[in-house]
Design a protein around this ligand. Structure first.
Ligand code: ASP
Length: 339
């Protein structure tokens, strides 16, 4: 029997057309282009259905609401297909991939996000390969996790980050190897792939308030003190190197104190593309540790943001959330073994 793939189309460059204001997604356009693609009538291709979001979005406009729509669309159709492809704009694809990875617990089938840097309607578009290969990987069913396929590589979704605004190799997974490579053949790396889940549980998100604060030389934390209100549930602090932060009389302690009083969780990630935060390794991060911040280790900022949304949506106690932020839930982080 032919494999079946459900393609959930949310928007993004892949199906955009030029307009007076720049590229915009157009209803039904992608479906009409796909219907004309000879690739989809090949006997090697699975059957597919296309579910188109209304409205189609530039991914800058993605929010918790759309993440929930994607999760709900997969839940509704879960037993009807061998795998799912989510077509998405590249700008926030790594955030959505991370969010969906937390939302879908116990996944038994592939969910592959993809898109393109050049729209389908343009001559040199990368949409054809990205779409065809993503559909084939989804149909194969051998990667039962939320992943991101782009320009020849299949990456774990919550490890991926957008690196380039204009190169066709737009994504990388700096702290975790690729799950598969698509060259002449599609070659899986089974040792990198998560074990198959046993039963899907979909945890929809709440629109809680999260903030991201990037540390820079000369930062005065008191300027950001108003950020820490009881409404802000979590802050991802992008620190230097191994989680270091300037701490001399700049309001850091007061900010951490206020966070503690308000139950705001501060998660420390590194600004470096590769490697891990490890608060407490240097004196320059000792204050963070004392102040009750938690370590995001080698998580991408995208994954840390999505994980905070996820954990706060589960209505866990503060201590449970802090502990879970430092644990590997969906392959999003590795805790370094220190000797
Ligand atoms: N602005 C577009 C989006 O993220 C960019 C893209 O898809 O490549 O929707």
């Amino acid at each position: 029997m032919k494999k079946r793939v459900c393609i959930i189309y949310t928007g993004g460059t892949i199906g955009m057309v030029p307009s007076e204001q720049g590229y915009v997604p157009r209803k039904d356009y992608l479906a009409s282009q796909m219907a004309r693609m000879p690739e989809f009538s090949s006997p090697d291709m699975p059957e597919y259905d296309l579910v188109e979001f209304d409205p189609l979005l530039d991914s800058s406009n993605m929010s918790v609401r759309e993440w929930n729509q994607i999760g709900a669309a997969i839940r509704e159709r879960y037993f009807d297909y061998d795998g799912f492809v989510v077509l998405h704009g590249t700008d926030t694809m790594a955030y959505t991939a991370s969010a969906i990875s937390f939302m879908l617990e116990g996944l038994e089938k592939p969910v592959v996000l993809t898109g393109s840097q050049i729209p389908f309607c343009e001559l040199r578009s990368d949409a054809r390969d990205n779409l065809t290969t993503a559909v084939m990987i989804a149909a194969q069913g051998q990667v039962p996790e939320v992943c991101l396929y782009f320009s020849g590589r299949l990456l774990r979704g919550n490890r991926a980050t957008k690196l380039s605004a204009d190169e066709l190799i737009a994504f990388d997974s700096p702290n975790y190897p690729a799950l598969a490579k698509a060259g002449v053949r599609i070659t899986l790396s089974p040792q990198n792939i998560r074990p198959r889940g046993t039963e899907l549980r979909v945890h929809l998100f709440q629109p809680v308030q999260i903030a991201v604060l990037k540390v820079f030389p000369g930062i005065r934390f008191e300027v950001f003190e108003n950020l820490v209100t009881s409404g802000v549930k979590g802050i991802v602090l992008e620190a230097f190197g191994a989680g270091n932060i300037p701490s001399e009389g700049n309001g850091l302690l007061e900010l951490l104190d206020k966070a503690k009083q308000n139950g705001t969780i501060v998660v420390v990630c590194t600004q470096c593309l590769r490697g891990s935060a490890h608060i407490g390794a240097y004196e320059a991060s000792a204050e963070l540790k004392k102040g009750g911040a938690v370590c995001g280790y080698d998580m991408t900022v995208e994954a840390a943001v999505a994980k905070l949304y996820y954990l706060f949506s589960q209505e866990y106690e503060e201590a449970q959330i802090k502990a879970a932020m430092e644990k590997d839930l969906r392959g999003e982080l590795s805790v370094p073994e220190l000797i």
